[in-house]
Design a protein around this ligand. Sequence first.
Ligand code: SF4
Length: 407
Amino acid sequence: MSYWPRRKTLQVAVDGVLIGSENPLVIQSMTDTDTADVKATVQQVKELVVAGSEIVRITVNNEEAAKSVADIKARLIDDGIAVPLVGDFHYNGHLLLDQYPTCATALSKYRINPGNVGSKHRDTNFQKIIEIAVNNNIPVRIGVNWGSLDQRLLARAMDRNANRSEPKNSEDVVIDTMVESALRSAELAEEIGLSNDMIVLSAKVSAAPELVGVYQKLAASCQYPLHLGLTEAGLGLKGIISTSAAVSPLLIQGIGDTLRVSLTPLPQGTRTEEVLVARQILQSLQIRSFEPQVTSCPGCGRTSSTLFQEMALEIQDYIRENMPFWGRKYPGVEEMTVAVMGCVVNGPGESKHANLGISLPGNTEDPKAPVYVNGKHHSTLTGVELVNDFKQIIETYIMTTYKEMSG
Ligand code: SF4
């Protein structure tokens, strides 16, 4: 199910996970453990996968990390986790991939940043990485970042711009150079021997307007699948909202084939938050469905009771707790919608739009809660068992509406 037509792209296979227009938009994440700490990295990869990450990137920044990659992969497979691992390389990727062949083959994709493959031997280093990718049949993400843009290209672009009769502003020159850097690197990779269906591009910036601009240009200039994300989105609410604001205009234009949300975890926070945010962005835009959505009103002076707030939360928790079982047994349940509303003003109307809805009584209404199923009045609930009764209606609806898988 995707509400928005996707841009047509090539298809890239990352160890069984397909990235490209016809395939579900893939959710990625990245660990923040020291890759040399095998135990901690395996644990975090598992957590990210359980949260819904379909590809996980790990940093490969030194020899100890490179030596650990095959062990991490083997332990994950032993524990039944077959998630593709992406190696994130900067500066020394050509050396590490060459010196540690078990690292090169254990990874399912390499991420390289053309601005960070060295300065003096930039092209030779880039060539070395691509040759290893070709020899091992491993796809590559060419990931440009405005914080580490190829300074040689940027300097040339700035010079050219300065000589124009009407120079562009410097942000536009940076955006153009990011696109140029990504496309040139992809062209070079193809010349070295990497086939075009082994390349994913990204061009990340940390500001929403520029992100929209750079990805629109990139999308219009190539058929490679695009890895989407706002880099360095920041902490908490700011990071979540900035990312949503930046990627949503692109997603509704069909741009983006895999998404990573780059949140800074709060001190006591969890890394898995970035996966949950990515899933919610995709589900809110009706690009993919992961779990039933609970619609609830904000509440107002018409309801002094906190019942509807507590009920909305309890119903959401109830659905989340049961989804591992329901999702396996009743395919399609992830598209179900449930409304929990505070009073008669919008309650019945919103409830009728959902598969299941309950309109709780406002502070001047009779203490009765009409329930709607598929837009029709189903029953009216009252009393202390109201929440449990509604849960029972949800469960019965799921069992009778979605086809039960055998086994
Ligand atoms: S549905 Fe009722 S309680 Fe909820 S916000 Fe609207 S008027 Fe207020």
